[in-house]
Write a protein that binds this ligand. Structure first.
Ligand code: DC
Length: 221
């Protein structure tokens, strides 16, 4: 029987790096669902359609989105044959992803793709609605969060490490706006599933968070 782990939480809580590390340690696949919304947003921006326009749902039909993996387990995302894994990591696409994620038909259009990716596999899947909507029967559900200040500081450090310009206050404002949008949309808003374990990572190190989740999974292996 395969084991599915759902990790949800707000932007910048460390979901993707933690999920990826946990998956690698246990030999599970890692599925980053935010990348799907980001790719839809990139497709809209490239085609001159506003990311808030419901027309994005129609436009999505011309987007063939596929996921594949590097040898080290890094997820790559392919849009109409082009690897867009890096191009979806800009602030503009981040906000656009949060916009398109509000459109019910966009969410519906990505539902089967997400379920099929996890089907029959030992998988760690991260997102906003994995425990509540995509994988309601996941064996383990985690809601990973941290204070706005801690999340903004981590994003700031990430940009600095990549040598990209960063403004802490602007990052904080972006995170707050995305939280607001992600938590208050009508379809599948970001919220903790009733059976999810809450982990606040504000004062935890990366490896502490990874170990905590890994040991939860090992108990049911
Ligand atoms: O995890 P991320 O920052 O890459 O996600 C980008 C946006 O996509 C996020 O602001 C909300 C949306 N999203 C979603 O609505 N549901 C998911 N399962 C994953 C992401």
């Amino acid at each position: 029987m395969s084991i599915q782990v759902a990790i949800d939480g707000p932007a910048g809580a460390g979901k993707s790096s933690v999920s990826k590390a946990v998956a690698a340690k246990l030999g599970f696949i890692y599925i980053d669902t935010g990348a799907l919304y980001r790719t839809v947003a990139l497709h809209a921006i490239r085609n001159g359609v506003s990311t808030s326009d419901v027309a994005v749902a129609e436009l999505m039909k011309s987007a063939d989105i596929k996921i594949c993996y590097d040898d080290d387990g890094t997820q790559r995302i392919i849009l109409n044959g082009e690897d867009v894994s890096e191009k979806i990591r800009t602030p503009k696409v981040s906000m656009g992803a949060s916009d398109v994620a509000k459109i019910p038909r966009v969410r519906a259009g990505l539902l089967d793709l997400q379920r099929n990716l996890a089907k029959g596999a030992n998988a760690v899947m991260d997102g906003r609605d994995i425990g509540t909507s995509i994988l309601p029967d996941a064996a383990i559900k985690i809601f990973l969060t941290a204070s706005v200040d801690a999340r903004a500081k981590r994003r700031f450090d990430e940009y600095r490490q990549k040598g990209e310009p960063a403004d802490l206050e602007a990052i904080k404002a972006d995170i707050k706006k995305r939280d607001e949008q992600d938590m208050n949309r009508e379809t599948a808003p970001l919220r903790q599933a009733e059976d999810a374990v809450l982990i606040d990572t504000s004062d935890m190190s990366f490896s502490q968070v990874v170990e905590r989740i890994k040991s939860m999974i090992e108990k049911i292996l």
